[in-house]
Ligand binder design. Structure first.
Ligand code: TRP
Ligand code: SF4
Length: 400
């Protein structure tokens, strides 16, 4: 397998809740043990819609980083940084804008959808139209191969792939590309060189994707190749020219099954959340006052878990035995709703307890958090600078 690099970003728009934890964050926690991971706070993206409330952004940036750390994002395994602290993202955004057809941006579904949804705000701005392109710059500047996102973001990743392709098509051609690619093959040595040739032929003649992947892995793993030769060898596999920007893949975040307190999806806009730093007595109260099967008016009325939001939480948190107990007890009216909720209260508090302990530790030590982020920004910036050197060069900006 070629080396994967995972990148994802989140807009700092409010404190994180159990929906984020079960949807996005647990996925990040898993990925950080499997691949190189970069996670960043998309503060510029937040400004595209919150340009008139900048103070909200500033506060949320640090709170969100604390939430990530508290949830278990581990700075020794993943790079945590802030978008605006790596200004190269903006430079790439500007340069990519030169080759971005307006129609591509206008066609992206989130553009019109969000404008309609947030109709109380004027979103006919340049920044908002360019939102997906800024996201492309975020991704392409790190040559990220995998981008964990929710379903709604898939068109943005598709768009990013098209931009990368267009960029490589326009700027990846160089005089004498074929000769240079052939020369680079020689540098692989005779054994790997002929393997490369064989895999390339297999891919080009019969569209064998496994052969393509093996050849890419061979190139990625080869020590001592210059950046230019690596790009030529990757580009030569598929034809064309150098592959300067890497086409990323969307890695669909498994749909969060986390129901909110009212049975709808947990979301800030439905006001049905339990936040990661919700005080235990508030958690208890929220669960205790959750609506139940509306047909169960008196304690002696039997109920139906299928019609009860509490049951949905049992599906997330409870063992088979507990679920069985709920099913039988509810349908026969042998348990009361308060009783039924008790194991959930305990499960949620147990889940939140270590998160809240870590959050308190980080909240008490802002310097620690700032150092983690400063460290991450520096690492990210180093990677971003490398890409920009190359991008400037091929776009005729290599002087200075
Ligand atoms: N648009 C993403 C969201 O709303 C956030 C984001 C910005 C992002 N840049 C990104 C996600 C780059 C993945 C990669 O969720
Ligand atoms: Fe819902 Fe449990 Fe009450 Fe049944 S017993 S209605 S599942 S809370």
């Amino acid at each position: 397998m070629a080396v994967e690099r995972v990148l994802s970003g989140m807009r700092p728009t409010g404190n994180l809740h159990l929906g984020h934890y079960h949807g996005v964050l647990k996925n990040w926690l898993k990925l950080q043990h499997e691949h190189e991971c970069l996670f960043f706070v998309a503060d510029w993206h937040a400004l595209t819609t919150h340009y008139d409330t900048p103070h909200i952004i500033e506060e949320n940036v640090w709170e969100m980083v604390i939430d990530w750390l508290a949830a278990g994002v581990d700075p020794s395994n993943s790079t945590i940084f802030i978008q605006s602290r790596v200004p190269e993202h903006a430079e790439l955004h500007t340069l990519l804008s030169m080759i971005t057809p307006l129609g591509w941006l206008e066609r992206i579904p989130t553009y019109k959808d969000q404008q309609e949804k947030l109709s109380n705000k004027d979103l006919s701005t340049y920044g908002f139209l360019g939102y997906p392109l800024l996201q492309s710059a975020d991704i392409l500047i790190y040559n990220a191969t995998q981008v964990p996102v929710g379903e709604d973001q898939v068109p943005h990743i598709e768009f990013t792939r098209e931009i990368a392709r267009r960029f490589n098509h326009i700027y990846g051609r160089e005089p004498g590309f074929e000769e240079k690619a052939e020369a680079a093959i020689k540098k692989l040595g005779s054994k790997k060189g002929s393997l490369y040739q064989e895999l390339r032929t297999r891919y080009q003649q019969s569209g064998d994707d496994d052969a393509l992947e093996s050849a890419q892995a061979l190139v990625e793993e080869q020590q001592g190749l210059s950046l230019g030769d690596r790009e030529r060898l990757l580009g030569y596999l598929e034809g064309g020219g150098k592959m300067i920007l890497v086409e990323p893949e969307a890695k669909l975040t498994p749909a969060s099954k986390m129901p909110g307190l009212d049975g709808q999806k947990m979301s800030k806009s439905y006001n049905n959340t339990i936040s990661l730093r919700e005080a235990p007595d508030s958690v208890t109260k929220k669960i205790k006052t959750m609506p139940t099967d509306p047909a169960r008016i008196r304690r002696t009325d039997p109920g139906d878990p299928a019609k009860c939001p509490v049951w949905q939480l049992h599906e997330v948190y409870s063992s088979d035995a507990t679920r069985q107990w709920v099913q039988t007890g509810c349908k026969s009216a042998s348990i009361g709703c308060i009783e039924c909720k008790q194991p959930l209260i305990e499960a949620v508090l147990n889940e939140l307890n270590p998160i809240q302990e870590r959050a308190a530790m980080y909240a008490e030590d802002p310097t620690l958090v700032k150092n983690i982020v400063a460290d991450g920004c520096e690492k990210a910036r180093k990677l971003a600078r490398e890409t920009m050197r190359e991008v400037r060069e091929v776009m005729g900006l290599g002087y200075s």
